[in-house]
Design a protein around this ligand. Structure first.
Ligand code: HEM
Length: 450
């Protein structure tokens, strides 16, 4: 048996303040705080007020948490803070109930269904890119955000959601996501004690989004829904072991969960990829050559997508450098050994996917943008657990294939028609807004002649 050290052997992050511990530094700038904390070691101790927590930045330990010892963890505090919006939806639910909900929703994410979403993705993308003018400046991240909201609504909920509702989701979601993020460091009861502007805005935005969800569920309930692999049909017609249908409340919570998870992440991936293409015009040209070869008429098809090998390597590298879900956490359900350390029960364990993706022990020259590290033998050298933008184990991302299809379809549709040029050569620092985002990201779009 391997010797197990006491938790005292784990270094503590410097800067612990009386009463609040590290909560303020983490609340103020979570990315910077986690980056500095990760530099102290593969597992470090920190304090949220009087509560002990850990931060893990090592891929083997992460694999223990998410896969090998997943049963010893539940989702924990960070996720609890999202309950005002997501309730007991699939991202937050646990155990048998989670397994059942996942089984019910899985067919909507099966690759045969995803191929049918491609038409929606392509036509939503063509609408946006067809409206651009040569030399126009576009705020790329904002544009992708609006596009992703539209795609997830039309593909997964096949609803003719009113334009004003789509605009409302686009307006309110960032306020909610950043509110949830901040609530990870400071107990909500404390944040709401003083009704600050940001806490009032958070609650108002949650209420607006919930109202949209309530309206859509009521709208569906009034229809005659036939069983099919459409997500809403699965939610409304599937029965549990006791032959019960899902309640409207549960459907509402699943709707809000998928809307949130599906609209927050892909824009980050597409935004960062465009930022990197602006910095590396040679890579952009190579992608354009590949897109032109696979789709000579610029119309993306499901059959052609797997042929975009180089494009996929570039997106891979972008997801490594800028993982949209850059840090998450779990809570120990019982005492558990991680990396030779015994962690007590009921303790929050954060993990930094960002730190693992930049670990020099795994990645040669980790800050370098090098899409070819994902080619052939080189790619095989990277341990699976060292690249986890979509998580791992039973709680991995149900929308991974949906996301890959959307990212490739949107980027290929755009790059078949436009070349992107940065408006400035200054580096864009990542901002942790729930997802890791590049800010609005203005770029100039130049029309291609083909
Ligand atoms: C680049 C895009 C995306 C990234 C990086 C991403 C990342 C992740 C990660 C890391 C998790 C695991 C959370 C955990 O371990 O606690 C997750 C879960 C999840 N994702 Fe994604 N995601 C993306 C796109 C999507 C899309 C497009 C959808 C839906 C349309 C989606 C729906 C979900 C859901 C429902 C879960 C919870 C699964 C469960 O707990 O069973 N994601 N995602």
């Amino acid at each position: 048996m391997t010797a197990v050290a006491e938790p005292a052997a784990i270094p503590q992050v410097p800067g612990r303040l009386p009463l609040i511990g590290h909560a303020y530094s983490m609340w103020k700038n979570p990315l910077e705080f986690f980056q500095k904390a990760s530099a102290q070691g593969p597992i470090v101790k920190l304090w949220l007020g009087p509560k002990l927590a850990y931060l893990v930045s090592d891929h083997e330990m992460l694999y223990d948490i998410l896969v090998r010892k997943a049963k010893s963890f539940d989702k924990g505090m960070q996720f609890d803070r999202a309950r005002p919006l997501l309730g007991n939806g699939i991202l937050l639910s646990e155990g048998d109930f989670h397994r059942r909900q996942r089984r019910i929703m899985q067919p909507a994410f099966h690759h045969t269904n995803i191929a049918s979403y491609l038409d929606i993705m392509r036509s939503a993308a063509e609408d946006v890119f067809g409206g651009w003018e040569d030399g126009q400046q576009v705020t790329m991240y904002n544009m992708f955000y609006e596009l992703a909201v539209r795609i997830v609504i039309k593909a997964l909920f096949s609803t003719d959601m009113a334009e004003q509702d789509i605009a409302e989701v686009y307006r309110s979601m960032p306020t909610v996501i950043s509110g949830v993020e901040r609530r990870a460091a400071i107990p909500p009861a404390l944040l709401d004690l003083v009704p600050t502007r940001s806490s009032k805005e958070f609650h108002a935005a949650v209420a607006r989004l919930r109202a949209i969800g309530t309206r859509i569920v009521a709208d569906y309930r009034a229809r005659d829904i036939k069983p099919s692999n459409d997500l809403m049909a699965l939610l409304f017609t599937s029965r549990d072991e006791g032959n019960e249908l899902m309640t409207d409340k549960q459907i509402h919570e699943e709707f809000m969960t998928l809307l949130t998870a599906g609209s927050e992440t892909t824009p980050s991936a597409m935004g960062w990829t465009c930022y990197l293409l602006g910095k590396h015009p040679d890579v952009q040209e190579r992608i354009q050559a590949e897109v032109d070869e696979v789709f000579p008429d610029g119309v993306v098809t499901a059959k052609g997508l797997p042929k975009l090998e180089y494009t996929r390597r570039v997106v891979h590298e972008s997801l490594r450098l800028y993982p949209p879900v850059w840090a998450l956490g779990r809570r120990t359900a019982e005492e558990v050994e991680i990396g030779g350390h015994l962690l007590p029960a009921r303790t929050q364990v954060f993990y930094s996917i960002h730190a693992i993706h930049h670990d020099p022990k795994v990645y040669d020259d980790p800050e370098r943008f090098d899409p070819d590290r994902w080619k052939g033998e080189r790619a095989k050298q990277v341990p699976r657990s060292a690249f986890t933008p979509f998580g791992a184990g039973v709680r991995n991302c149900i929308g991974e294939s949906f996301a890959w299809t959307e990212i490739q379809a949107v980027l290929a549709t755009m790059l078949a028609r436009w070349t992107l040029r940065p408006v400035s050569n200054a580096p864009v620092p990542p901002v942790a807004m729930g997802a890791l985002v590049p800010g609005p990201l203005p770029m100039t779009v130049v029309k291609r002649t083909r």
